[in-house]
Design a protein around this ligand. Structure first.
Ligand code: SGN
Ligand code: CA
Length: 528
């Protein structure tokens, strides 16, 4: 018989209605929800089969969607690792949490975060894997993080006593094993828990586990329609340095040792190989040496080289993803086996989306769809099953977890709890547009600073700082965002409406950039 799982009487009963389907009279048997939050790095919806079947097969990630919900309009607030993580824990946009970019910021770890508030509400909290916020984690009963981006092979970890230890193996497996070990052996089983499992995968340079190296070599992946984009009418898009053809490195990114590559990136790649033990290195060379020989023989140039690079990139990404999917499956199996699935919210997302050759790119940062979006699936026992189409953003996770735990959501959190959506409700006053602001420029990949607004049909972006360019897209007519309509008289009314919406959002979220570039008076402040 299925145990009834409801919110604990000791914890405020915010999410109770949710489980009416399986409610019984015995309130004393109620258990609070645990939260297992799995976040990967640079994983994107195009590479997750429940979103897109063209490239990847991700049965375990899809399992969460199948048994729960898939958010078909899930976005980030600032498409970069550190900023996304700061948005996640604070429930606030970058200008409020103070972590704008990866290069100049140190997260103020004394500020309010949802893990601290969960602790107050009686939860045990843990964080394992990539953190990337420059200061040490606070608000976690247990944590172990990788320094910076971490290493795929034999990675170092920073421990809670600020020591650095090196572990043997492949990082995606290690993070999973550590997370299961914490859930099984290290936590106080009398308390509800929240664990953040933060993977390095799918981050550059996509180094697969040795057991997956040989996969997908017979696959030829379809090249995106926009692979040879000419960036007409889009000056910031033309100025970026994240082109597969021009910027993706043959050695560092594509592992062609001996080919021409950037000297510093070659050094970095040699450093990564240097971390391997002799068995790992032998397996690596056994796979790559013939690929390198074959590549040398072909003397590829022009279009042939461009498309060869795309195929290698995609295969490496898929191989790295195989480990990730297997490891998410391991966590789901553990939750089943330990009897935790029935009172645990499982979340799978990424710190942002990624370009898989769209516009000719890898990397992220832009407010264009592929990197503004992020995959998001959740499984809440007793909750809705199916697709959630409302516009949601990573600042919403913190209030969601707090509401689920029955803890108060502080007024200064800017996100909105997703719990009503998870319960299957359709709130009439749900937000109709989203705000975005990216700051990391000048920096690697040369994506200019920009902010913008997106509703269910249009997107308005302003690139600023060393440029002053506006872009407007009709996502319905032009889903690939190739046709900048800004300045087109036929779209003047839409432009005005989107300007007003942007201004209203900047007022509501209190972004000081508004005072610098304000063009219109706002009509009204929209709902959060
Ligand atoms: C590294 C990567 C970049 C990537 C940033 C940010 N270069 O610097 O390609 O854009 O991280 O990524 S690498 O040579 O070190 O691989 S983020 O996801 O952490 O924000
Ligand atoms: Ca990332």
């Amino acid at each position: 018989m299925r145990t009834q799982v409801l919110l604990s009487a000791a914890i405020p009963l915010a999410g109770m209605a949710l489980l009416s389907a399986c409610q019984n009279d015995k309130e004393e048997t109620r258990k609070p929800f645990n939260i297992v939050y799995i976040m990967t790095d640079d994983h994107t919806a195009q590479m997750m089969s429940c979103y897109d079947t063209r490239y990847a097969h991700t049965p375990n990630l899809d399992r969460i969607a199948r048994d729960g919900v898939l958010f078909s309009n899930s976005f980030v607030a600032n498409s970069l690792s550190g900023p996304s993580r700061a948005c996640l824990v604070t429930g606030k946009h970058s200008h409020k949490n103070g972590f704008f970019d990866n290069t100049n910021c140190v997260f103020d770890n004394t500020q309010q975060t949802f893990p601290k508030l969960l602790q107050k509400a009686g939860y045990q909290t843990a964080l394992i894997g990539k953190w990337h916020l420059e200061s040490l984690p606070t608000g976690f009963d247990y944590w172990e993080i990788v320094p910076g981006q971490g290493s795929y092979y034999n990675p170092s970890f920073i421990t809670q006593d600020n020591d650095t230890v090196r572990k043997h193996g492949y990082l995606t497996n290690i993070i999973t094993d550590m997370s299961i070990d914490w859930m099984e052996n290290r936590r106080d089983k009398n308390k509800p828990f929240c664990i953040l499992i933060h993977h390095k995968a799918q981050h550059r340079n996509w180094m697969a586990d040795t057991c997956n190296l040989a996969l997908y070599e017979d696959k030829t992946l379809p090249i995106p329609e926009t692979y040879y984009d000419d960036y007409k009418g889009r000056k910031a898009a033309a100025a970026q340095k994240m082109s597969i053809i021009k910027d993706m490195d043959l050695v560092y990114d594509l592992k062609m040792l001996g080919a021409d590559g950037q000297a510093d990136l070659r050094e970095a790649y040699l450093g990564m190989l240097g971390r391997m033990d002799s068995a790992q290195r032998a397996a690596w060379d056994k796979f790559y040496n013939p690929v390198i020989e074959n590549f040398k023989k072909q003397h590829l140039t022009g279009k042939a080289l461009a498309e060869w690079k795309f195929q290698r990139y995609m295969r490496d990404y898929l191989k790295t993803l195989k480990s990730l999917d297997d490891n998410v499956g391991k966590v789901l199996d553990y939750l089943d086996k330990a009897g935790l699935s029935e009172n645990t919210l499982v979340v799978y997302t990424s710190d942002q989306g990624f370009y898989m050759g769209e516009h000719g790119w890898f990397d992220k940062r832009f407010m264009y769809e592929e990197s503004f979006r992020t995959p998001l699936v959740m499984r809440l026992p007793g909750g809705k099953k199916g697709t959630i189409r409302q516009l949601v953003q990573n600042i919403d996770y913190a209030p969601t977890f707090l509401e689920l735990a029955g803890a108060p959501v502080p007024d200064d959190m800017q996100g909105v709890s997703l719990l009503p959506l998870l319960k299957g409700e359709t709130p009439e006053d749900w937000r109709s547009s989203l705000y975005y602001h990216y700051y990391e420029f000048p920096a690697e990949h040369s994506v200019k600073r920009h902010y913008g607004v997106r509703n269910d049909r249009y997107k308005l972006i302003h690139f600023y700082n060393d440029i002053d360019e506006w872009e407007l897209y009709d996502l319905q007519q032009d889903p690939h965002e190739l046709n900048n309509l800004y300045g087109n008289p036929a779209y003047q009314e839409v432009t005005d409406q989107m300007m007003h919406e942007l201004d209203s959002l900047q007022i509501m979220y209190d972004d000081p950039i508004r005072l610098k570039y304000k063009k219109h008076n706002s009509l009204a402040v929209p709902n959060k």
